[in-house]
Design a protein around this ligand. Structure first.
Ligand code: NAD
Length: 501
């Protein structure tokens, strides 16, 4: 007998939603008693009230994190013990897969099938991977002279403030939590006000796993209130931020106005996807770019939103990309077969529709999509949209749209393609499609981006760094390099005296 497929609407109707903060391992209302309404972008339904954290709540969470750090209840544990507890935390995330996936989908509108198959397992794998790593990294002894010993050790930075966006709420939180906690820090996490629910559950699961109270606190709230209070806090040692370039700028300001805390920014993107005429399988390139662009409703920092295609193959390639669009019909995110869900809220809907209008007004040709759909549901849905005839100076080519809108720009020469790709304030990712190994390497080297893909776009793994250059930020999430953000290098000199016994 086969088990019937879950009915996600029925499960949603009975889901327990708790919007209170988690401080010192306890659920707490905001000190002010204020809340804000958490609405689902699927159909505008009310999910629950969420604590409107502000200065007093951030003060309490930072004090709790500081006390936990200072008394060594976490940082003082042997790495092998932290490993075990973090592995248990990862197991708890996997065990709560259905609940977490449902919360994620209801809260930010992504299709349930991806919350189940991507978001929950990726978050768990991230925590487990750093757990595994932490008792396998060694410190250094410098090659100094015979009468001295110089130890180069890594110490946790202390209290980390993590501020994350709404597009992959759990994964973005896990990318901060994994290395920060494994290294022995205490964390105060401020999730986006647009998608706070899974972060709050993660904090409860961490406590259930045995991670001591105070080590991982979550304060929901608005950016200008809870976010600002956290980033300005004098007792926060580092801010790990993922979000827009606009807010990233503020993070640097907050640090300079407060205690010069370390700031690691993971910001926006406008990634270029370069297709050369010597690439033999244009269909595969078209399927890949559509997949990268329309996954998560186009709300991905690394979406390949600027296609640069050689004039000689442009008509054929654009037709192939446009033919992919109908495979991403916006539909009910709680239906297990849906591949494109709802945009996160009405503000994002208006932003995306505004860009579509701007594209038309500036003379680009909308060859597929371009409309809001399913408005009768009360949710926020936009068709997968492709613009041809875009020039790199247009607003839709320069600014991050963060919705399912692809711009196609044509080029004549390799040098022009590289120049167009690099002519952007962003530098998160890029992709080169060419069967000529010399060109592929040449162009990959010339592109200013944190990651360059060659003849693919979807490879991704916790083992490799993720982050950008230019105004896409300075930090690197994932891989062992992420430990650099959450540890300080300390040098300890010891004298070795040849004479003394
Ligand atoms: P956002 O900058 O509006 O908000 C991000 C977080 O910062 C939220 O928690 C928000 O409450 C908080 N915040 C907002 N204003 C603040 C302020 N004045 N002070 C302190 N905190 C404040 O970004 P968003 O709309 O939530 O997320 C989308 C952006 O995130 C896009 O630009 C996307 O490219 C980027 N992003 C980047 C990566 C990456 O790894 N580079 C990954 C995912 C998303």
């Amino acid at each position: 007998m086969t088990t019937p497929a879950p009915n996600w609407h029925e499960r949603a109707a009975t889901l327990r939603i708790d919007g209170r903060a988690v401080i010192e391992g306890q659920r707490r209302d905001a000190a002010s008693g204020e809340t804000f309404a958490c609405l689902s972008p699927i159909d505008g339904r009310m999910l629950g009230n969420v604590a409107r954290g502000a200065q007093a709540d951030i003060d309490a969470a930072v004090a709790s994190a500081r006390a936990a750090f200072a008394d060594g209840r976490w940082a003082g544990k042997p790495p092998a013990v932290r490993k075990k507890l973090l592995q248990r935390f990862a197991d708890k995330i996997l065990a709560a897969r259905d609940e977490l996936a449902l919360l994620e989908t209801l809260d930010m509108g992504k299709p349930i099938q991806y919350s189940l198959s991507v978001d929950v397992p990726s978050a768990a794998r991230c925590i487990a991977w750093y757990a595994e790593a932490v008792d396998k990294v060694y410190d250094e002894i410098a090659p100094t002279g015979a009468n001295a010993l110089a130890l180069i050790t890594r110490e946790p930075v202390g209290v980390v403030g993590a501020i994350v966006p709404w597009n992959y709420p759990m994964i973005m939180a896990a990318w901060k939590l994994g290395p920060a906690l494994a290294a022995g820090n205490s964390v105060v996490l401020k999730p986006s006000e647009k998608s706070p629910l899974t972060a709050l559950r993660l904090a409860e699961l961490a406590v259930e796993a045995g991670i001591p109270p105070g080590v991982f606190n979550v304060v929901p709230g608005y950016g200008a209130e809870a976010g600002e209070a956290l980033a300005l806090h004098m007792d926060v040692d580092a801010v790990a931020f993922t979000g827009s370039t606009r807010t990233g700028r503020r993070m640097l300001e907050y640090a300079s106005r407060s205690n010069l805390k370390r700031v690691y920014n993971e910001l926006g993107g406008k990634s270029a996807f370069l297709v050369f005429p010597d690439f033999g399988d244009l269909r595969r390139a078209a399927v890949t770019v559509a997949g990268g662009m329309f996954f998560n409703q186009g709300e991905s920092c690394n979406a390949p939103s600027r296609v640069l295609v050689h004039e000689s193959i442009a008509d054929e390639f654009v037709a192939l990309v446009a033919a992919q669009a109908p495979k991403y019909p916006p539909a009910d995110p709680l239906d297990a077969s849906t591949v494109m869900g709802a945009l996160v809220d009405d503000t994002q809907l208006n932003t995306v529709m505004g860009y579509i209008e701007a594209g038309r007004a500036e003379g680009a040709r909308c060859i597929t999509g371009g409309r809001q759909v399913r408005a009768e549901t009360g949710g926020y849905y936009v068709e997968p949209t492709v613009f041809d005839g875009v020039s790199n100076g247009m607003k839709i080519a320069r600014e991050e749209i963060f919705g399912p809108v692809l711009s196609v720009i044509r080029f004549e020469t390799e040098a022009e393609a590289v120049q167009l790709a690099n002519n952007s304030s962003y530098g998160l990712q890029a992709s080169v499609w060419s069967d000529n190994i010399h060109r592929a390497h040449r162009v990959a080297r010339a592109l200013r981006a944190g990651t360059v893909h060659v003849n693919q776009y979807d490879e991704d793994d916790i083992t490799v760094p993720f982050g950008g250059v230019k105004q896409s930020g300075n930090g690197r999430d994932k891989s062992l390099h992420a430990f650099d953000k959450y540890t300080e290098l300390k040098t300890t000199w010891l004298r070795i005296d040849a004479e003394r016994s």
